[in-house]
Design a binder for this molecule. Structure first.
Ligand code: UDP
Ligand code: MG
Length: 319
């Protein structure tokens, strides 16, 4: 029976050969202390290094381990979604593979879950070993996003969280392509609470979130949870038409009551460059939304699974 699995731990993994065995050991140690049946569900997001082989070997010797191999790199948020789609547990925990999120916190999350909370997210009290740029951009991003949307998305909180089976079922039914999973979990509602933790340094290897992926994630977050960027055009339009009206009054005054006539080239260039800049920005924003509408209408599957390992063992039903 599926209900036998109490806890599912979903781990998105992309090129983490240096750390993945240690992550497995730490997760196993923590989960063994719960005394309940659990599964460690690794989603290999198209790693090009030895991650797949290492995980496959672990999967063969430990029946609690399951592995999904994507056919290519689909991205962190999609890997998490695939994990949720395939998880069987009554509570599902999402955790990064690089040990920046300490597995021991899972036990605190489980305690809160037992108290009746359906979403337990982990808020970063402190971030160790990350660059000033990363911390600063992350802090600005969370606050900007919060000011732009009506959904109560907690600040300084990543995807490290526990969700109840009910919430997991809601997530499975959300078919959005450009996903910002933590926003969707907040949007789903239910009883939510936080545990605080200190975000550790990456155990080994480099970040798999270069600037371009960070920008993609923040654009997904903002466009899927706010229409405010689209309204920017209206606000700017009002602002600049008021300013130009004042300038017009000044120009008429100057023409009628002074003898000084301006050659005019500089001001025309300045206004035209400025307004062209604004128009391009607004077009860009509209483009971001239209691109996403296009992605949704294509209706392609969210991810493609290359292979699955470790499923259908221990009496539970296979997919
Ligand atoms: N990750 C992934 N696919 C990607 C990028 C990252 O599955 O395309 C995984 C990565 O292996 C890690 C987690 O997502 O488990 C978070 O990535 P990372 O630690 O590099 O991000 P950071 O902590 O630097 O923001
Ligand atoms: Mg990390």
């Amino acid at each position: 029976m599926n209900s036998e699995v109490a806890y599912s731990i979903v781990v998105p993994v992309f090129n983490e050969e240096e750390v993945i065995s240690v992550t497995y050991e730490r997760l196993k140690k923590v989960m063994d202390t719960t005394g309940k049946p659990y599964e460690l569900l690794f989603v290999n997001d198209g790693s090009a290094d030895r991650t797949a082989q290492i995980l496959s070997a672990i999967c063969q010797k430990d029946t609690n381990v399951k592995l999904i191999n994507f056919s290519r790199n689909f991205g962190h948020q999609i890997a998490i979604s695939a994990g949720m789609d395939n998880a069987l547990g009554q509570a599902v925990v999402v955790i990064d593979a690089d040990l920046q999120d300490p597995p021991e916190i899972i036990l605190q999350m489980i305690e809160k879950w037992k108290e009746g909370y359906e979403v337990v997210y982990a808020t970063r009290k402190k971030r160790k070993g990350e660059t000033f740029f990363k911390k600063w951009t992350a802090a600005v991003f969370y606050r900007l996003l919060r000011s732009m949307t009506d959904v109560n998305i907690p600040v300084d909180t990543g995807d490290f969280r526990l969700i109840d089976r009910k919430v997991c079922n809601v997530m499975k039914n959300i078919k959005e392509k450009n996903r910002f999973v933590r926003g969707l979990v907040s949007w789903a509602g239910f009883r939510q609470t936080a545990v605080e933790y200190v975000r550790e340094e990456r155990f080994a290897g480099e970040t798999k979130y270069p600037l371009c992926k960070m920008i993609k994630l923040s654009l997904d977050a903002m466009t899927s949870f706010s229409h405010k960027p689209l309204k920017l055009a209206i606000y700017l339009g009002f602002l600049f038409s008021s300013l130009s009206f004042l300038y017009l009054l000044f120009a008429i005054f100057e023409r009628l009551f002074t003898s000084y006539t301006v050659p005019g080239w500089t001001s025309i260039m300045a206004t035209s460059l400025f307004f062209n800049g604004i128009i391009l920005i607004i077009l860009g924003i509209i483009g971001e939304y239209i691109g996403r509408i296009y992605d949704e209408t294509k209706n392609r599957p969210l991810y493609i699974i290359g292979s699955k390992e470790g499923f259908g063992r221990g009496g539970e039903s296979c997919e």
